[in-house]
Design a protein around this ligand. Structure first.
Ligand code: F6P
Length: 547
Protein backbone atom coordinates (compact mmCIF):
# COMPACT_ATOMS: atom_id res chain seq x y z
CA UNK A 1 0.00 0.00 0.00
CA UNK A 2 1.28 3.47 -0.90
CA UNK A 3 2.29 5.44 2.18
CA UNK A 4 0.37 8.70 2.40
CA UNK A 5 2.48 11.76 2.91
CA UNK A 6 0.98 14.58 4.95
CA UNK A 7 0.78 18.05 3.40
CA UNK A 8 4.14 19.70 3.98
CA UNK A 9 3.18 22.22 6.64
CA UNK A 10 1.41 19.53 8.64
CA UNK A 11 4.41 17.23 8.87
CA UNK A 12 5.77 17.04 12.44
CA UNK A 13 9.30 17.99 11.30
CA UNK A 14 8.02 21.08 9.47
CA UNK A 15 6.13 22.23 12.57
CA UNK A 16 9.18 21.56 14.72
CA UNK A 17 11.40 23.48 12.32
CA UNK A 18 9.01 26.43 12.41
CA UNK A 19 9.29 26.52 16.22
CA UNK A 20 13.03 25.86 16.16
CA UNK A 21 13.56 28.74 13.75
CA UNK A 22 12.61 31.21 16.52
CA UNK A 23 15.44 29.84 18.64
CA UNK A 24 17.96 29.95 15.84
CA UNK A 25 17.32 33.64 15.33
CA UNK A 26 18.90 34.16 18.75
CA UNK A 27 21.99 32.11 17.94
CA UNK A 28 24.36 34.06 15.73
CA UNK A 29 27.10 32.20 13.91
CA UNK A 30 29.71 33.93 16.07
CA UNK A 31 28.23 32.27 19.13
CA UNK A 32 27.73 28.91 17.45
CA UNK A 33 31.35 28.81 16.36
CA UNK A 34 32.65 30.10 19.68
CA UNK A 35 30.82 27.36 21.57
CA UNK A 36 31.87 24.54 19.29
CA UNK A 37 35.51 24.48 18.32
CA UNK A 38 34.93 21.59 15.91
CA UNK A 39 31.95 23.09 14.08
CA UNK A 40 34.03 23.90 11.00
CA UNK A 41 35.05 20.26 10.71
CA UNK A 42 31.78 18.68 11.81
CA UNK A 43 29.42 20.43 9.45
CA UNK A 44 31.16 19.21 6.35
CA UNK A 45 30.67 16.32 3.96
CA UNK A 46 32.78 14.84 1.25
CA UNK A 47 32.10 12.61 -1.71
CA UNK A 48 33.80 11.73 -4.95
CA UNK A 49 36.48 14.35 -4.34
CA UNK A 50 34.00 17.15 -3.62
CA UNK A 51 34.15 18.78 -0.23
CA UNK A 52 31.15 20.69 1.14
CA UNK A 53 31.57 23.02 4.10
CA UNK A 54 28.09 23.95 5.28
CA UNK A 55 29.15 25.05 8.75
CA UNK A 56 28.47 28.70 7.98
CA UNK A 57 24.75 28.11 7.64
CA UNK A 58 22.50 29.31 10.46
CA UNK A 59 21.92 25.84 11.84
CA UNK A 60 22.56 23.69 14.88
CA UNK A 61 22.67 19.91 15.24
CA UNK A 62 18.99 20.10 16.04
CA UNK A 63 18.25 21.97 12.80
CA UNK A 64 20.03 19.30 10.85
CA UNK A 65 18.25 16.54 12.73
CA UNK A 66 14.88 18.10 11.98
CA UNK A 67 15.72 18.69 8.33
CA UNK A 68 16.75 15.05 7.98
CA UNK A 69 13.52 14.07 9.71
CA UNK A 70 11.65 16.24 7.21
CA UNK A 71 13.36 14.38 4.37
CA UNK A 72 12.11 11.13 5.90
CA UNK A 73 8.58 12.41 6.42
CA UNK A 74 8.55 13.72 2.84
CA UNK A 75 9.32 10.29 1.41
CA UNK A 76 12.59 11.43 -0.14
CA UNK A 77 14.08 7.94 -0.24
CA UNK A 78 11.04 6.51 -2.02
CA UNK A 79 11.01 9.39 -4.49
CA UNK A 80 14.70 8.87 -5.27
CA UNK A 81 14.15 5.15 -5.78
CA UNK A 82 11.23 5.92 -8.08
CA UNK A 83 13.37 8.23 -10.22
CA UNK A 84 16.27 5.78 -10.47
CA UNK A 85 13.93 2.91 -11.32
CA UNK A 86 12.38 4.71 -14.28
CA UNK A 87 8.96 5.35 -12.72
CA UNK A 88 6.94 8.12 -14.39
CA UNK A 89 7.56 10.74 -11.73
CA UNK A 90 6.99 13.63 -14.14
CA UNK A 91 3.29 13.20 -13.51
CA UNK A 92 1.94 16.09 -15.59
CA UNK A 93 3.66 14.77 -18.71
CA UNK A 94 3.45 11.11 -17.71
CA UNK A 95 7.17 10.64 -18.28
CA UNK A 96 10.05 8.93 -16.56
CA UNK A 97 12.89 11.20 -15.41
CA UNK A 98 16.05 9.38 -16.26
CA UNK A 99 18.93 11.74 -16.89
CA UNK A 100 20.80 9.34 -14.60
CA UNK A 101 20.54 6.72 -17.37
CA UNK A 102 22.55 9.02 -19.67
CA UNK A 103 25.62 8.35 -17.58
CA UNK A 104 24.95 4.76 -16.56
CA UNK A 105 27.88 2.51 -17.46
CA UNK A 106 27.45 -0.03 -20.25
CA UNK A 107 25.96 -3.20 -18.87
CA UNK A 108 23.62 -1.54 -16.36
CA UNK A 109 19.91 -2.09 -16.71
CA UNK A 110 17.39 0.73 -16.38
CA UNK A 111 13.91 -0.06 -17.57
CA UNK A 112 11.40 2.33 -19.10
CA UNK A 113 8.12 0.62 -19.97
CA UNK A 114 9.91 -2.71 -19.61
CA UNK A 115 12.74 -1.81 -22.01
CA UNK A 116 16.36 -1.41 -20.97
CA UNK A 117 17.40 2.07 -22.16
CA UNK A 118 21.12 1.81 -21.35
CA UNK A 119 22.14 0.06 -24.61
CA UNK A 120 20.41 2.84 -26.63
CA UNK A 121 22.25 5.47 -24.62
CA UNK A 122 25.56 3.85 -25.45
CA UNK A 123 24.65 3.38 -29.12
CA UNK A 124 24.11 7.16 -29.39
CA UNK A 125 27.34 7.83 -27.50
CA UNK A 126 29.19 5.58 -29.94
CA UNK A 127 27.64 7.39 -32.89
CA UNK A 128 28.61 10.76 -31.38
CA UNK A 129 32.13 9.44 -30.82
CA UNK A 130 32.51 8.36 -34.41
CA UNK A 131 31.17 11.67 -35.73
CA UNK A 132 33.35 13.70 -33.35
CA UNK A 133 36.46 11.78 -34.33
CA UNK A 134 35.75 12.37 -38.01
CA UNK A 135 35.20 16.10 -37.58
CA UNK A 136 38.12 16.60 -35.19
CA UNK A 137 40.53 14.65 -37.39
CA UNK A 138 39.48 16.53 -40.53
CA UNK A 139 38.19 13.37 -42.18
CA UNK A 140 34.71 14.91 -42.33
CA UNK A 141 34.81 17.47 -45.11
CA UNK A 142 32.48 20.30 -45.99
CA UNK A 143 30.70 20.44 -49.33
CA UNK A 144 33.66 22.01 -51.14
CA UNK A 145 36.14 19.54 -49.64
CA UNK A 146 37.50 21.82 -46.92
CA UNK A 147 37.77 20.59 -43.36
CA UNK A 148 35.43 21.94 -40.69
CA UNK A 149 36.95 24.72 -38.61
CA UNK A 150 33.84 26.23 -37.03
CA UNK A 151 31.10 24.50 -35.07
CA UNK A 152 27.95 26.44 -34.25
CA UNK A 153 25.35 25.02 -31.90
CA UNK A 154 21.88 26.45 -32.48
CA UNK A 155 19.49 25.80 -29.60
CA UNK A 156 17.86 27.54 -26.67
CA UNK A 157 17.18 26.78 -23.00
CA UNK A 158 18.48 23.34 -22.16
CA UNK A 159 19.62 22.90 -25.75
CA UNK A 160 21.97 25.86 -25.36
CA UNK A 161 22.79 26.66 -21.74
CA UNK A 162 24.35 23.27 -20.96
CA UNK A 163 26.48 23.21 -24.14
CA UNK A 164 27.62 26.82 -23.65
CA UNK A 165 28.41 26.29 -19.99
CA UNK A 166 30.25 23.02 -20.64
CA UNK A 167 32.23 24.52 -23.52
CA UNK A 168 33.34 27.46 -21.38
CA UNK A 169 33.97 25.27 -18.34
CA UNK A 170 36.09 22.81 -20.30
CA UNK A 171 37.75 25.22 -22.71
CA UNK A 172 41.10 24.30 -21.19
CA UNK A 173 40.63 20.78 -22.58
CA UNK A 174 39.23 21.87 -25.94
CA UNK A 175 40.63 21.52 -29.43
CA UNK A 176 41.86 25.05 -30.04
CA UNK A 177 42.07 24.70 -33.81
CA UNK A 178 38.27 24.53 -33.86
CA UNK A 179 36.09 27.55 -33.17
CA UNK A 180 32.92 26.93 -31.15
CA UNK A 181 30.04 29.37 -31.09
CA UNK A 182 26.45 29.29 -29.91
CA UNK A 183 23.31 30.92 -31.25
CA UNK A 184 20.22 30.94 -29.08
CA UNK A 185 18.35 34.24 -29.18
CA UNK A 186 15.78 34.88 -31.87
CA UNK A 187 17.17 38.42 -31.93
CA UNK A 188 18.86 38.37 -35.34
CA UNK A 189 21.89 40.09 -33.87
CA UNK A 190 22.89 36.84 -32.22
CA UNK A 191 23.00 35.07 -35.57
CA UNK A 192 24.65 37.93 -37.45
CA UNK A 193 27.40 38.53 -34.90
CA UNK A 194 28.19 34.84 -34.49
CA UNK A 195 28.50 34.19 -38.21
CA UNK A 196 29.88 37.51 -39.48
CA UNK A 197 33.52 36.44 -39.74
CA UNK A 198 32.98 32.77 -40.57
CA UNK A 199 33.37 30.97 -43.87
CA UNK A 200 30.34 28.79 -44.63
CA UNK A 201 32.51 26.23 -46.44
CA UNK A 202 34.26 25.51 -43.12
CA UNK A 203 31.24 25.72 -40.84
CA UNK A 204 29.17 22.96 -39.28
CA UNK A 205 25.81 23.75 -37.66
CA UNK A 206 24.37 21.53 -34.96
CA UNK A 207 20.67 22.18 -34.62
CA UNK A 208 19.85 21.13 -31.07
CA UNK A 209 16.22 20.92 -30.11
CA UNK A 210 14.45 18.21 -28.20
CA UNK A 211 11.16 18.98 -29.91
CA UNK A 212 12.52 20.49 -33.14
CA UNK A 213 9.60 22.92 -33.03
CA UNK A 214 10.96 25.71 -30.82
CA UNK A 215 10.33 29.01 -32.60
CA UNK A 216 13.68 30.60 -31.78
CA UNK A 217 15.71 27.56 -32.80
CA UNK A 218 13.76 26.89 -35.97
CA UNK A 219 14.03 30.55 -37.01
CA UNK A 220 17.80 30.51 -36.44
CA UNK A 221 18.13 27.14 -38.16
CA UNK A 222 16.34 28.50 -41.23
CA UNK A 223 18.65 31.54 -41.27
CA UNK A 224 21.63 29.19 -40.97
CA UNK A 225 20.40 27.23 -43.97
CA UNK A 226 19.92 30.43 -45.97
CA UNK A 227 23.37 31.72 -44.91
CA UNK A 228 25.03 28.47 -45.86
CA UNK A 229 23.30 28.16 -49.21
CA UNK A 230 24.03 31.80 -50.03
CA UNK A 231 27.72 31.12 -49.37
CA UNK A 232 27.72 27.89 -51.36
CA UNK A 233 25.97 29.04 -54.50
CA UNK A 234 22.56 27.70 -53.50
CA UNK A 235 23.61 24.04 -53.66
CA UNK A 236 21.02 22.22 -51.56
CA UNK A 237 23.23 19.11 -51.42
CA UNK A 238 25.62 21.12 -49.23
CA UNK A 239 23.19 20.93 -46.30
CA UNK A 240 24.10 17.30 -45.64
CA UNK A 241 27.76 18.17 -45.05
CA UNK A 242 27.15 21.23 -42.91
CA UNK A 243 24.20 20.33 -40.70
CA UNK A 244 23.71 17.82 -37.92
CA UNK A 245 20.70 17.61 -35.67
CA UNK A 246 20.20 16.59 -32.07
CA UNK A 247 16.59 15.84 -31.30
CA UNK A 248 13.96 13.37 -30.17
CA UNK A 249 11.90 14.19 -33.26
CA UNK A 250 13.23 12.41 -36.37
CA UNK A 251 10.20 13.37 -38.45
CA UNK A 252 10.70 17.10 -37.96
CA UNK A 253 14.46 16.80 -38.49
CA UNK A 254 13.85 15.15 -41.80
CA UNK A 255 11.16 17.67 -42.76
CA UNK A 256 13.68 20.44 -42.13
CA UNK A 257 15.99 18.83 -44.68
CA UNK A 258 18.62 17.28 -42.43
CA UNK A 259 19.49 13.69 -43.27
CA UNK A 260 18.62 11.58 -40.22
CA UNK A 261 21.95 9.80 -40.72
CA UNK A 262 23.37 12.98 -39.20
CA UNK A 263 20.83 13.03 -36.41
CA UNK A 264 21.70 12.15 -32.82
CA UNK A 265 18.73 11.09 -30.77
CA UNK A 266 17.63 11.23 -27.21
CA UNK A 267 14.42 10.42 -25.42
CA UNK A 268 11.37 11.99 -23.82
CA UNK A 269 12.64 10.89 -20.40
CA UNK A 270 15.45 13.45 -20.66
CA UNK A 271 14.28 16.92 -19.65
CA UNK A 272 15.77 19.80 -21.65
CA UNK A 273 17.53 21.25 -18.61
CA UNK A 274 18.89 17.80 -17.73
CA UNK A 275 20.22 17.06 -21.21
CA UNK A 276 23.77 18.42 -21.43
CA UNK A 277 25.10 14.88 -21.03
CA UNK A 278 22.85 13.47 -23.77
CA UNK A 279 23.45 14.02 -27.49
CA UNK A 280 22.75 17.69 -26.70
CA UNK A 281 26.37 17.56 -25.57
CA UNK A 282 27.54 16.89 -29.13
CA UNK A 283 29.27 20.28 -29.34
CA UNK A 284 30.92 19.51 -25.99
CA UNK A 285 32.23 16.21 -27.30
CA UNK A 286 33.46 17.89 -30.48
CA UNK A 287 35.28 20.47 -28.36
CA UNK A 288 36.90 18.26 -25.74
CA UNK A 289 36.95 14.90 -27.50
CA UNK A 290 35.15 11.64 -26.70
CA UNK A 291 37.46 10.59 -23.85
CA UNK A 292 36.94 13.80 -21.94
CA UNK A 293 33.20 13.60 -22.60
CA UNK A 294 33.14 10.11 -21.14
CA UNK A 295 35.09 11.36 -18.13
CA UNK A 296 32.38 14.01 -17.70
CA UNK A 297 29.76 11.25 -17.73
CA UNK A 298 31.78 9.24 -15.21
CA UNK A 299 31.77 12.27 -12.90
CA UNK A 300 27.99 12.58 -13.20
CA UNK A 301 27.62 8.86 -12.48
CA UNK A 302 29.84 9.02 -9.41
CA UNK A 303 27.64 11.73 -7.92
CA UNK A 304 24.49 9.80 -8.92
CA UNK A 305 25.78 6.80 -7.02
CA UNK A 306 26.66 8.91 -4.02
CA UNK A 307 23.19 10.47 -4.05
CA UNK A 308 21.52 7.08 -4.45
CA UNK A 309 23.46 5.24 -1.77
CA UNK A 310 24.92 7.60 0.84
CA UNK A 311 23.06 8.08 4.12
CA UNK A 312 21.24 11.40 4.06
CA UNK A 313 23.40 12.95 6.80
CA UNK A 314 26.46 12.43 4.59
CA UNK A 315 24.76 12.98 1.26
CA UNK A 316 25.96 16.18 -0.43
CA UNK A 317 22.96 16.83 -2.69
CA UNK A 318 20.52 15.96 0.09
CA UNK A 319 22.29 18.27 2.54
CA UNK A 320 22.44 21.11 0.03
CA UNK A 321 18.79 20.64 -0.88
CA UNK A 322 17.65 20.55 2.76
CA UNK A 323 19.70 23.64 3.62
CA UNK A 324 18.14 25.44 0.70
CA UNK A 325 14.67 24.53 2.02
CA UNK A 326 15.70 25.80 5.46
CA UNK A 327 17.00 29.11 4.12
CA UNK A 328 14.08 29.56 1.77
CA UNK A 329 11.13 28.48 3.88
CA UNK A 330 12.21 29.23 7.42
CA UNK A 331 14.79 32.02 7.19
CA UNK A 332 12.87 33.78 4.42
CA UNK A 333 15.69 33.97 1.88
CA UNK A 334 14.27 34.57 -1.57
CA UNK A 335 17.37 34.02 -3.64
CA UNK A 336 20.61 32.04 -3.74
CA UNK A 337 23.81 33.55 -5.12
CA UNK A 338 26.07 31.08 -6.92
CA UNK A 339 29.60 32.40 -6.91
CA UNK A 340 32.22 30.34 -8.72
CA UNK A 341 35.79 31.40 -8.02
CA UNK A 342 36.90 29.85 -11.30
CA UNK A 343 36.80 31.89 -14.46
CA UNK A 344 36.05 28.82 -16.59
CA UNK A 345 32.74 28.51 -14.71
CA UNK A 346 31.59 31.93 -15.80
CA UNK A 347 28.42 30.56 -17.43
CA UNK A 348 27.63 28.18 -14.58
CA UNK A 349 25.21 30.55 -12.80
CA UNK A 350 23.27 31.08 -16.06
CA UNK A 351 23.12 27.32 -16.57
CA UNK A 352 21.92 26.80 -13.00
CA UNK A 353 19.17 29.37 -13.43
CA UNK A 354 17.31 27.14 -15.84
CA UNK A 355 18.11 23.96 -13.92
CA UNK A 356 16.84 25.33 -10.63
CA UNK A 357 14.12 27.78 -11.60
CA UNK A 358 12.48 25.92 -14.48
CA UNK A 359 12.48 22.87 -12.21
CA UNK A 360 11.24 24.29 -8.94
CA UNK A 361 9.38 27.44 -9.98
CA UNK A 362 6.02 25.78 -9.27
CA UNK A 363 2.92 26.95 -7.42
CA UNK A 364 0.99 23.72 -7.04
CA UNK A 365 1.76 20.31 -5.58
CA UNK A 366 1.90 17.07 -7.57
CA UNK A 367 -1.82 16.67 -7.10
CA UNK A 368 -2.57 20.20 -8.22
CA UNK A 369 -3.17 21.89 -4.86
CA UNK A 370 -1.88 25.43 -4.36
CA UNK A 371 1.13 25.41 -2.05
CA UNK A 372 1.04 27.40 1.17
CA UNK A 373 4.84 27.73 1.44
CA UNK A 374 7.59 29.12 -0.76
CA UNK A 375 9.04 26.89 -3.48
CA UNK A 376 12.10 27.48 -5.68
CA UNK A 377 14.27 30.47 -4.82
CA UNK A 378 15.77 32.74 -7.46
CA UNK A 379 19.27 31.61 -8.43
CA UNK A 380 21.73 34.12 -9.76
CA UNK A 381 25.42 34.87 -9.66
CA UNK A 382 28.67 35.86 -11.26
CA UNK A 383 32.19 34.59 -10.96
CA UNK A 384 34.30 35.88 -8.08
CA UNK A 385 36.07 38.16 -7.62
CA UNK A 386 34.15 40.37 -10.07
CA UNK A 387 30.93 40.15 -8.08
CA UNK A 388 32.74 41.44 -5.00
CA UNK A 389 33.11 44.80 -6.69
CA UNK A 390 29.51 44.98 -7.74
CA UNK A 391 26.68 43.32 -5.82
CA UNK A 392 28.40 41.86 -2.73
CA UNK A 393 27.74 45.14 -0.90
CA UNK A 394 24.06 44.23 -0.76
CA UNK A 395 24.83 40.70 0.43
CA UNK A 396 27.04 42.02 3.25
CA UNK A 397 25.06 45.03 4.41
CA UNK A 398 21.70 45.05 2.64
CA UNK A 399 18.42 44.19 4.30
CA UNK A 400 17.88 40.91 2.49
CA UNK A 401 19.22 37.50 3.40
CA UNK A 402 21.10 36.00 0.46
CA UNK A 403 22.61 32.57 1.03
CA UNK A 404 25.70 32.06 -1.11
CA UNK A 405 27.24 28.99 -2.71
CA UNK A 406 30.96 29.58 -3.17
CA UNK A 407 32.66 27.19 -5.57
CA UNK A 408 36.44 26.95 -5.60
CA UNK A 409 39.30 24.65 -6.60
CA UNK A 410 42.62 23.71 -5.09
CA UNK A 411 44.43 24.20 -8.37
CA UNK A 412 44.18 26.66 -11.18
CA UNK A 413 44.13 25.15 -14.65
CA UNK A 414 46.21 28.05 -15.86
CA UNK A 415 48.54 28.89 -12.94
CA UNK A 416 49.90 32.40 -13.03
CA UNK A 417 52.11 33.89 -10.34
CA UNK A 418 50.23 34.56 -7.10
CA UNK A 419 46.81 34.73 -8.74
CA UNK A 420 45.36 31.50 -7.39
CA UNK A 421 46.31 32.14 -3.75
CA UNK A 422 44.82 35.61 -4.00
CA UNK A 423 41.67 34.21 -5.60
CA UNK A 424 41.22 31.58 -2.90
CA UNK A 425 42.01 34.05 -0.13
CA UNK A 426 39.06 36.04 -1.40
CA UNK A 427 36.66 33.08 -1.31
CA UNK A 428 37.55 32.24 2.26
CA UNK A 429 37.49 35.89 3.29
CA UNK A 430 34.05 36.46 1.82
CA UNK A 431 32.52 33.45 3.55
CA UNK A 432 34.19 34.53 6.80
CA UNK A 433 33.01 38.13 6.53
CA UNK A 434 29.45 37.09 5.70
CA UNK A 435 29.25 34.72 8.65
CA UNK A 436 30.92 36.76 11.37
CA UNK A 437 30.66 40.35 10.23
CA UNK A 438 32.12 43.12 12.33
CA UNK A 439 30.53 44.50 15.49
CA UNK A 440 30.19 48.17 16.45
CA UNK A 441 32.75 47.61 19.23
CA UNK A 442 35.25 46.26 16.71
CA UNK A 443 34.61 49.13 14.35
CA UNK A 444 35.04 51.66 17.19
CA UNK A 445 38.22 50.00 18.37
CA UNK A 446 39.72 50.78 14.98
CA UNK A 447 39.31 54.48 15.77
CA UNK A 448 36.31 55.01 13.52
CA UNK A 449 34.45 58.28 14.28
CA UNK A 450 31.13 57.59 16.01
CA UNK A 451 29.00 58.94 13.18
CA UNK A 452 30.55 56.41 10.78
CA UNK A 453 30.29 53.40 13.06
CA UNK A 454 26.81 52.24 11.94
CA UNK A 455 27.88 52.48 8.31
CA UNK A 456 30.85 50.26 8.91
CA UNK A 457 29.14 47.58 10.96
CA UNK A 458 28.63 44.18 9.32
CA UNK A 459 25.84 42.25 11.00
CA UNK A 460 27.20 38.90 9.85
CA UNK A 461 25.06 35.78 10.13
CA UNK A 462 24.78 35.55 6.37
CA UNK A 463 24.73 31.85 5.43
CA UNK A 464 27.02 30.28 2.86
CA UNK A 465 28.23 26.94 1.54
CA UNK A 466 31.74 26.44 0.27
CA UNK A 467 32.22 23.71 -2.32
CA UNK A 468 35.85 22.82 -2.79
CA UNK A 469 37.36 20.37 -5.27
CA UNK A 470 40.86 19.67 -6.48
CA UNK A 471 40.66 21.17 -9.97
CA UNK A 472 38.07 21.68 -12.69
CA UNK A 473 38.36 18.52 -14.80
CA UNK A 474 35.63 17.08 -17.03
CA UNK A 475 34.92 14.54 -14.30
CA UNK A 476 34.61 17.21 -11.62
CA UNK A 477 32.28 19.26 -13.82
CA UNK A 478 30.03 16.21 -14.11
CA UNK A 479 30.05 15.79 -10.34
CA UNK A 480 29.26 19.45 -9.79
CA UNK A 481 26.32 19.51 -12.19
CA UNK A 482 24.92 16.26 -10.77
CA UNK A 483 25.30 17.72 -7.27
CA UNK A 484 22.99 20.58 -8.20
CA UNK A 485 20.61 18.37 -10.20
CA UNK A 486 20.05 16.17 -7.18
CA UNK A 487 19.86 19.11 -4.80
CA UNK A 488 17.06 20.46 -7.01
CA UNK A 489 15.43 17.02 -6.86
CA UNK A 490 15.66 16.97 -3.07
CA UNK A 491 14.04 20.39 -2.78
CA UNK A 492 11.26 19.43 -5.21
CA UNK A 493 10.65 16.22 -3.26
CA UNK A 494 10.22 18.14 -0.01
CA UNK A 495 7.93 20.70 -1.64
CA UNK A 496 6.00 17.86 -3.30
CA UNK A 497 6.06 19.56 -6.70
CA UNK A 498 6.77 18.33 -10.22
CA UNK A 499 10.35 19.46 -10.80
CA UNK A 500 10.34 18.09 -14.33
CA UNK A 501 7.63 19.93 -16.23
CA UNK A 502 7.66 23.57 -17.37
CA UNK A 503 4.11 24.62 -18.18
CA UNK A 504 4.95 28.16 -17.12
CA UNK A 505 6.80 28.84 -20.36
CA UNK A 506 3.83 27.95 -22.56
CA UNK A 507 1.53 30.95 -22.28
CA UNK A 508 4.08 33.47 -23.51
CA UNK A 509 4.96 31.18 -26.44
CA UNK A 510 1.31 30.91 -27.50
CA UNK A 511 0.71 34.65 -27.22
CA UNK A 512 3.86 35.43 -29.22
CA UNK A 513 2.70 33.14 -32.02
CA UNK A 514 -0.57 35.08 -32.09
CA UNK A 515 1.15 38.46 -32.17
CA UNK A 516 3.72 37.64 -34.91
CA UNK A 517 1.18 37.93 -37.78
CA UNK A 518 -0.22 41.12 -36.26
CA UNK A 519 3.23 42.68 -36.54
CA UNK A 520 3.98 41.27 -39.98
CA UNK A 521 0.67 41.84 -41.78
CA UNK A 522 0.62 44.42 -44.58
CA UNK A 523 -2.45 46.13 -43.23
CA UNK A 524 -3.32 46.70 -39.59
CA UNK A 525 -5.37 43.84 -38.15
CA UNK A 526 -8.28 44.29 -35.79
CA UNK A 527 -6.52 43.87 -32.46
CA UNK A 528 -8.27 42.09 -29.63
CA UNK A 529 -5.71 42.35 -26.82
CA UNK A 530 -5.89 44.63 -23.79
CA UNK A 531 -5.45 48.36 -24.42
CA UNK A 532 -1.77 48.34 -23.45
CA UNK A 533 -0.82 45.45 -25.75
CA UNK A 534 -2.90 46.90 -28.61
CA UNK A 535 -1.18 50.25 -28.16
CA UNK A 536 2.30 48.73 -28.11
CA UNK A 537 1.59 46.73 -31.27
CA UNK A 538 0.34 49.87 -33.05
CA UNK A 539 3.37 51.86 -31.92
CA UNK A 540 5.75 49.19 -33.13
CA UNK A 541 4.00 49.07 -36.49
CA UNK A 542 4.36 52.84 -36.75
CA UNK A 543 8.06 52.62 -35.79
CA UNK A 544 8.67 50.10 -38.53
CA UNK A 545 6.71 52.18 -41.02
CA UNK A 546 3.82 49.74 -41.46
CA UNK A 547 0.29 50.90 -42.23
O1 F6P B 1 11.84 27.07 -22.28
C1 F6P B 1 11.10 25.94 -22.43
C2 F6P B 1 11.86 24.81 -23.05
O2 F6P B 1 10.95 23.80 -23.35
C3 F6P B 1 12.99 24.27 -22.16
O3 F6P B 1 12.55 23.42 -21.19
C4 F6P B 1 13.87 23.66 -23.18
O4 F6P B 1 15.14 23.39 -22.67
C5 F6P B 1 13.84 24.72 -24.25
O5 F6P B 1 12.51 25.20 -24.24
C6 F6P B 1 14.22 24.28 -25.62
O6 F6P B 1 13.40 23.27 -26.10
P1 F6P B 1 13.83 22.39 -27.33
O7 F6P B 1 15.07 21.66 -26.99
O8 F6P B 1 12.68 21.47 -27.58
O9 F6P B 1 14.06 23.31 -28.51
Amino acid sequence: MKATIKPLTQRPAWKALAAHHKLIKKLPLRKLFAEDAKRGQRFTAEAAGMFLDFSKNCITDQTLKLLLQLAGESGLRGKMDAMFSGAKINVTENRAVLHVALRAPKGETILVDGKNVVPEVHAVLDKMTEFSNRVRSGEWKGHTGKRIKNVINIGIGGSDLGPVMAYEALKHYSERSLTFRFISNVDGTDFVEVTRDLDPTETLFIISSKTFTTLETMTNAQSARDWLLAGLGGEVKAVAKHFAAVSTNAEKVSAFGIDTVNMFGFWDWVGGRYSMDSAIGLSTMLAVGPDNFRALLAGFHEMDEHFRTAPFEKNLPVLMGLLSVWNNDFLGAQTVAVLPYEQYLKRFPAYLQQLTMESNGKHVTLDGKKVNYQTGPVYWGEPGTNGQHSFYQLIHQGTRLIPCDFIAFGHALTPLGRHHDILLANVFAQAEALAFGKTAAEVKAEGTPDRLVPHRVFEGNRPSNVILADRLTPKVLGQLVALYEHSVFTQGAIWNIDSFDQWGVELGKVLAQRIVPELESETASKLKHDSSTNNLIRRYRTLKGAK
